[in-house]
Design a protein around this ligand. Structure first.
Ligand SMILES: [Zn+2]
Ligand SMILES: [Zn+2]
Length: 243
């Protein structure tokens, strides 16, 4: 399976990542990645960029080393209502909005509270894709998330870094989640979640898992840049209808 798009990467701007956008793009071009998401953490994470960073993304070139760049954010969910840590006027101008739960930005809760926070964020018209539901830090109803992903057509990530670290049962969780995605046929993305250039375009563990579970190639959005760009364009059109 050829994955030509890495939607989830971090740069030095995130504070705890160590490569520049140029370094990431060069690494991407060498790995045959054609479309690269630059998704630094939202401002509520310590060390993450402030709103000024997100307000200036339009100065970036569309293309670096032959790789098309999608500047955006990995926004943090900050409460049980699924609130995001970036105002709509910023989100509405971004080319890519990933959303996820992170310990330090979210109080943590019961499985019900975490699931509510996650699925509310999923319903947010400014959310493009959801990331790492399989991280074991937050207990969630993974079946409901897979079901909603299919209903709402919001892609959810199988995160390569979670699997590479194998923190407290990440494989079990991600495997369970992937099985539900097969069952409900929701759209899947694979993300490297690279925090250093050498991990950009690395989907090795995620690919192993989806082969094991039997996720079909057509279910994976980031096999081609065209599919991703078409999805993002449609999402923005629908957003105008809703808001
Ligand atoms: Zn990070
Ligand atoms: Zn994350």
């Amino acid at each position: 399976m050829d994955i030509k798009v890495d939607l989830h990467t971090h740069t030095v701007s995130s504070g705890h990542a160590y490569s520049t956008l140029s370094e990431n793009a060069l690494a991407a071009s060498r790995k045959g990645i054609e479309l690269l998401g630059m998704t630094d953490h939202g401002p509520s994470m310590p060390g993450a960029p402030q709103l000024y960073h997100f307000g200036n993304l339009s100065i970036l070139p569309e293309d670096l080393y032959g790789v098309r760049i999608l500047p955006g954010v990995e926004a943090n969910i900050t409460n049980y209502d699924g609130r995001l840590d970036i105002p709509i006027e910023y989100l509405s101008r971004m080319k890519l909005v990933l959303v996820g739960l992170h310990e330090i930005c979210y109080p943590g809760g019961t499985s019900e509270q975490n699931t509510k926070a996650y699925t509310r964020a999923m319903r947010n018209p400014y959310t493009d894709m959801m990331v790492h539901p399989g991280r074991p830090q937050f207990d969630m109803d993974l079946e409901l998330i897979a079901h909603m992903s299919a209903q709402l057509n919001v892609p959810v990530e199988i995160n390569n870094s979670s699997l590479a670290k194998e923190k407290r049962g990440a494989w079990d969780n991600c495997r369970r989640f992937a099985r539900y995605m097969v069952q409900y046929k929701g759209p899947v993305i694979l993300g490297s979640d690279a925090h250093f250039w050498d991990r950009v375009g690395d989907f090795s563990h995620a690919l192993e898992l989806i082969h094991e579970v039997g996720v079909q190639e057509h279910q994976i959005l980031n096999t081609s840049p065209e599919r991703v760009l078409e999805y993002l364009a449609t999402r923005r059109k629908n957003r105008l209808r809703i808001t």
